[in-house]
Design a binder for this molecule. Structure first.
Ligand SMILES: O=c1ccn([C@@H]2O[C@H](COP(=O)(O)OP(=O)(O)O[C@H]3O[C@H](CO)[C@H](O)[C@H](O)[C@H]3O)[C@@H](O)[C@H]2O)c(=O)[nH]1
Length: 207
């Protein structure tokens, strides 16, 4: 999505999931235009990683997202399933913009610092993409995963997930310009931190 919903235009979306986000952003823009409230919407792309100091991380024990499934495949000694290999991407697998959660956290701090500057006068709402600006396919994510673990996992190709789309990655210039924020962590960092957290998650989480 490239159009700012503050303009009143809801851009066409790739999926019902994306459309729900666009509709909510437009709704917030409408509310902010008529009520004493200002809204800065931060669009997360695909979060990976954990707190680099390992104080917290993903709470789900059996996540269904791509990196979670790779970690599960490694733990169980089974191949990772690539769900869909006929997408119009450079290698046929889905493409996403994987962003480290610590970078997302830093973007929130930056957003708080810049809030009053960004939302003043007649500008009562804004939308900012938070991603790296780089697309990574599932096969590329798997290669990156295998390059940080000792024994690489295998992969099998299966059908697309119902309702899934080829995917997207951000235009991230606006975040740099408005928030003075840039992602600092690499995909390898995110994978490494996710693996580290998966190793301690059960003892760290309260029952
Ligand atoms: O076992 C898997 C799981 C995923 N994929 C592929 O990996 C890519 C990314 O899939 P994810 O499920 O990781 O991410 P999505 O962008 O599809 O979105 C999902 O993951 C997000 C978090 O990253 C949010 O939680 C969101 O609500 C949820 O729909 C897709 O091409 C998917 O087909 C596989 O090949 N095998």
């Amino acid at each position: 999505m490239t159009t700012d919903p503050a303009s009143g235009h809801i851009p066409p979306s790739q999926s019902p999931y994306a459309r729900t986000k666009a509709v909510c952003e437009a709704m917030f823009a409408d509310i902010a235009a008529t009520q004493p409230i200002r809204v800065l919407s931060l669009r997360y792309f695909n979060p990976i990683g954990a707190d680099p100091k390992m104080r917290t991380g993903l709470q789900l024990r059996r996540p269904s997202h791509a990196l979670g499934k790779m970690i599960q495949a490694q733990e169980e000694g089974v191949p990772f399933q690539i769900t869909g290999t006929d997408y119009p991407t450079r290698d046929g697998s889905g493409i996403r913009d994987y962003i480290h959660v610590w970078d997302l956290a830093a973007a929130h701090v930056a957003a708080l610092h810049e809030f009053d500057t960004l939302l003043s006068g007649s500008t009562t709402s804004r939308v900012i993409n938070l991603g790296t600006g780089t697309g990574t396919t599932v096969r590329e994510l798997l290669d990156a995963f295998n390059s940080v673990i000792d024994t690489p996992i295998g992969a099998i190709e299966v059908e697309r997930r119902p309702g899934d789309v080829a995917g997207a990655y951000t235009r991230s210039e606006r975040a740099g310009l408005l928030l003075h924020w840039q992602p600092a962590y690499s995909i390898a960092d995110g994978i490494g931190h996710s693996l580290q957290w998966a190793g301690i998650r059960n003892e760290m989480l309260l029952e």
